[in-house]
Write a new protein. Structure first.
Length: 365
């Protein structure tokens, strides 16, 4: 558990629930999923004392569900956003050891780059002055963002005011944006891996045999496309909900406009990921089709060569069969030049047929 008091120019961290809300700013509480499951009673009691609110039981179940797709929901007291982030493997945590990670690699996703597409949900509960985030135990998003907050707080006040989030919703959108950026960073590695496979598929001498990896890659890309579609739907619902927010003064209006800008930026990044994943799926499918077309063309060339050779030797077999007939009177068999004349005739027939087939490009590569 990590707890941060975030104000206009400073950030302070503590390792336990705060006694009360600060006079200014807001509180960010970040939990691992198993930690939140064990401490949910204390968190509910703290929310009741500090804000006079509690999280509904159905939303608690959504927060603790590590298989839940990305989605958005809201109440009159708070907003709930579940957003699936990239994970380098599947991890579980023992209930008795809520801070320790039992890491398990996903071995069924092909090469190491494709194992990074395994995803896990991050849940955000956004109140007026409190934001609660629930992460997988090994979530790098929480660690990286917490470091950014602490580093920004050490800057000059004029610089820190532009780098620190101004509201719980702003902090949530910044973390969601960092999650989506992880998907964008993965594009180059995915493209390099699939380009390598495409070159092997098209090259007839490469001897491609990674069919299981390629199939897993296609299935994983399809799964990633579904994940991104859920993310896009969740952010669109969030943007629609922003239009219903009430504005009391000019500063609130400015913050609301900034939230809309950040939300549209996150949505644009998600759409870029969706577009790129669709293009990778199409490229993989096209490479497979080109591979089988190349193999079919190669088989056709081999069959054409064998057919031409058969057509050349067929007349020669006819001639040898003709001279092998058992007639008592066969004049050319008793001639001294018969053998040489027959060989020359057979050679002429073979050369003539080969020349005809070569002119017709039956023997060309």
């Amino acid at each position: 558990m990590r707890v941060f008091n975030i104000q206009a120019h400073q950030v302070s961290e503590q390792d336990q629930l705060p006694a009360s809300l600060p006079e200014h700013g807001f509180v960010w509480m970040a939990f691992a999923r198993r930690e939140f499951e064990l401490l949910q009673g204390q968190v509910q009691a703290w929310l009741q004392d500090a804000c006079g609110l509690q999280v509904y039981d159905l939303h608690l179940q959504d927060v603790l569900n590590n298989q839940l797709p990305s989605h958005y929901d809201y109440t009159s007291d708070y907003d709930l956003l579940v957003f699936r982030r990239l994970a380098r493997g599947r991890s579980e945590t023992d209930l008795s050891k809520p801070g320790e990670v039992l890491h398990q690699e996903n071995r069924k996703a092909g090469p190491s780059i494709l194992r990074k597409i395994d995803t896990s949900p991050v849940a955000f509960l956004v109140f007026d002055r409190v934001v609660i985030s629930v992460h997988p135990t090994d979530c790098a998003v929480r660690t990286v963002f917490a470091s950014r907050l602490l580093n920004a707080a050490q800057m000059a006040p004029a610089q820190a005011v532009h780098r620190l989030p101004v509201s719980p919703a702003d902090l949530m959108l910044r973390m969601v944006s960092s999650v989506v950026d992880g998907y964008l960073d993965l594009r180059r590695e995915l493209t390099r891996q699939l380009d390598h496979w495409q070159s092997e598929l098209i090259n007839p001498h490469a001897g491609f045999n990674n069919w299981s990896d390629l199939l897993n890659a296609r299935l994983t890309l399809h799964y990633l496309d579904e994940v991104c579609e859920d993310q896009r739907a969740a952010i669109k619902d969030w943007i629609d909900a922003l239009d219903t927010w009430q504005v009391n003064d000019t500063s609130t209006q400015e913050n609301l406009e900034m939230l809309r800008v950040r939300s549209r930026d996150v949505l644009e990044h998600i759409e870029r990921v969706v577009h790129h994943v669709g293009r990778l799926e199409q490229s993989a499918e096209t490479a497979v089709q080109m591979h089988f077309n190349a193999q079919s063309n190669r088989t056709n060339e081999i069959m054409r060569t064998l057919t031409v050779l058969t057509a050349i030797f067929l007349p020669l077999n006819l001639i040898t069969g003709f001279f092998g007939m058992n007639f008592e009177n066969f004049p050319i068999l008793h001639s001294e030049e018969g053998l040489y004349m027959t060989e020359l005739f057979m050679l002429a027939v073979a050369v003539g047929l080969a020349w005809v087939f070569w002119r017709k490009r039956y023997l060309s590569a």
